[in-house]
Design a binder for this molecule. Structure first.
Ligand code: SAM
Length: 205
């Protein structure tokens, strides 16, 4: 891995550990709420296995997960479209992307996920377009987000959804999501205990 990327990931991991230790009182809107390092490694590997070029992320925060992905997408000369509503997190993410040297790989869409996903889904060029999607924003809309995203995913494309098992407060909501996916004959899906619990879904038709 390029030095500038691993350096920023290391710094963000230290921040995330501090945040989780609850020693400091960080307001909720300033929290990274990042995926775990092992989830970062997992999605980086999936992207590599797929030679992924076109990626969508819902819930960028300060860019930790985005940088894990950009490491591969940049090598493929691809692009990541990532959605975030919080302006101060977007500012922090841009600084992190600049430091990591991946800013040219990332297109930030600022605003509400539902509105942005609806706009993207209405553009013909995004039909069957994305090789990989990470869903990691508000959990109450996860089924609606998935329904907007699925037609934009290429056959063979992978969708990873974070927080299937932790925090436990989301578990019922996420179980409903997983059960909903299992009814869909156009995909295969598993709930993996990696990190905070990752739903790994592949579009088969
Ligand atoms: C769990 S964090 C994302 C963490 C990030 N993927 C990472 O691993 O570093 C969720 C993010 O989604 C954003 N978010 C929540 N609801 C949103 C919405 N409706 N539209 C856009 N962004 C939203 C929050 O501001 C927050 O930064």
């Amino acid at each position: 891995m390029i030095n500038s990327i691993s350096k920023v990931l290391d710094e963000l991991e230290i921040q995330s550990t501090r945040e989780k230790s609850k020693k400091e009182d960080i307001p909720h809107e300033d929290r990274m709420l990042a995926i775990t390092k092992e989830t970062g490694e997992l999605i980086n590997m999936i992207l590599r296995l797929k030679n992924a070029k076109n990626m969508l992320e819902v819930g960028m925060s300060t860019g930790y997960s985005t940088i894990w992905c950009a490491e591969v997408i940049a090598e493929q000369s691809g692009k990541i479209i990532t959605i975030e509503q919080n302006p101060s997190k977007i500012k922090r993410a841009k600084e992190n992307f600049q430091k990591a040297g991946v800013i040219d790989t990332i297109i930030i869409k600022e605003g509400l996920a539902m509105k942005i996903l609806t706009e993207l889904s209405l553009q013909k060029k995004y039909n069957n377009f994305f090789d990989f999607v990470l869903i990691d924003a508000d959990k109450e809309n996860v089924i609606e987000y998935f329904d907007l995203i699925f037609p934009m995913v290429a056959i063979g494309g992978v969708i990873v959804t974070d927080n299937m098992l932790y925090p436990e407060i989301f578990r019922d909501e996420m179980k409903k999501f997983s059960d909903y996916l299992k009814e869909n004959p156009k995909l295969h899906t598993i709930t993996s205990p990696i990190g905070n619990g990752e739903e790994i879904t592949i579009k088969i038709r």
